[in-house]
Design a protein around this ligand. Structure first.
Ligand SMILES: [Zn+2]
Length: 293
């Protein structure tokens, strides 16, 4: 059987405009896809209306466009996908892999991460109206997997203690469920993302298995740090990308990824820079550790 053709994605949460760190991730996932004649998709992970905004969605899409990073399919919004997440939750509950939990963080902490109310048996909607989260029931495991860039990985997953929330008490779906459901639905074969998400992988492997679908390949790239050694992020007030200077931004992003674009390339348009990058992309040049801007 021929190998499935490459399908990658960039999946930002619209909690603010795109910053340089997210451009580096977007560019790496784009180049990995394009080098392999694959498809590159964009998915807006807008699961939490309290933290996200519509202007941020527009800004992100505008920035990607200004940098020539055009998705091969219509942009997907997780806010349109609630039905699919509910279906996945039902399937998980039926197989005993998802359960209702009213425990507070404080209560769990007091019990060393265990659920004093035997929540794990509550796979049916409870009669009382107390707000409850739904959690995914992990299995105790020493999970081994291969990162396409970092090589062999090993993570310990603790049943009950690590069980992630998949539907929050407030009624919002959580990342660990939605990301897997959409990667499955969109036929994603390869995920390129920041190594700050590395530790999510073992749990996600178990969610893929519970939904009876093979997991994609993963490639984690180093996190970009600011001058204070913190991850460049919206929480750390990383400045928005300047869409007026896409050439310089892309050139710098390539340098962060260890590539060696010629000096004069930074004065070119995104199309020329991406063209050069697709021809010259060398995954093995990506630095193995966090890099500072
Ligand atoms: Zn509980």
């Amino acid at each position: 059987m021929p190998a499935k053709s490459y399908r990658g994605r960039f999946a930002p949460s619209p909690t603010g405009p795109l910053h340089f760190g997210s451009l580096v991730t977007a560019l790496a996932s784009y180049l990995e896809a394009k080098c392999r004649n694959g498809q590159w998709l964009v998915r807006i992970e807008n699961l939490d209306p309290l933290r996200e905004s519509t202007p941020a969605v527009h800004q992100i899409l505008k920035s990607l466009q200004a940098h020539g990073l055009i998705a091969d399919e219509k942009v997907r919004f997780q806010s349109d996908r609630h039905q699919a997440y509910f279906q996945a939750i039902d399937a998980l509950r039926l197989s005993g892999k998802a359960y209702y939990c009213a425990c507070s963080r404080k209560l769990l902490k007091a019990h060393g991460g265990h659920h004093p109310d035997q929540c794990r048996q509550q796979t049916q909607p409870p009669a009382e109206a107390t707000p409850r989260a739904l959690r995914f029931a992990l299995e105790d495991a020493e999970v081994r997997w291969h990162d396409e860039f970092l090589g062999p990985q090993q993570q310990v997953v603790k049943a009950e203690i690590d069980d992630p929330v998949i539907l929050r008490k407030e009624g919002f779906f959580a990342y660990q469920l939605a990301v897997v459901v959409d990667d499955i639905d969109q036929g994603i074969t390869d995920v390129v993302r920041g190594s700050d998400l590395l530790e999510m992988t073992a749990q996600q492997l178990q969610v893929f298995a519970a939904l009876k679908t093979p997991a994609p390949r993963w490639l984690h790239i180093p996190v970009i740090l600011n001058h204070d050694g913190q991850k460049l992020s919206k929480q750390n007030h990383a400045p928005a990308l300047d869409d007026q200077t896409p050439g310089i931004n892309l050139w710098q992003a390539l340098r962060m990824l260890g590539q060696r674009p010629p000096q004069e390339l930074q004065h070119m348009g995104p199309e020329q820079i991406l063209g050069w990058a697709c021809t010259h992309w060398q995954r093995e040049l990506i630095p193995r550790h966090s890099v500072a801007v």
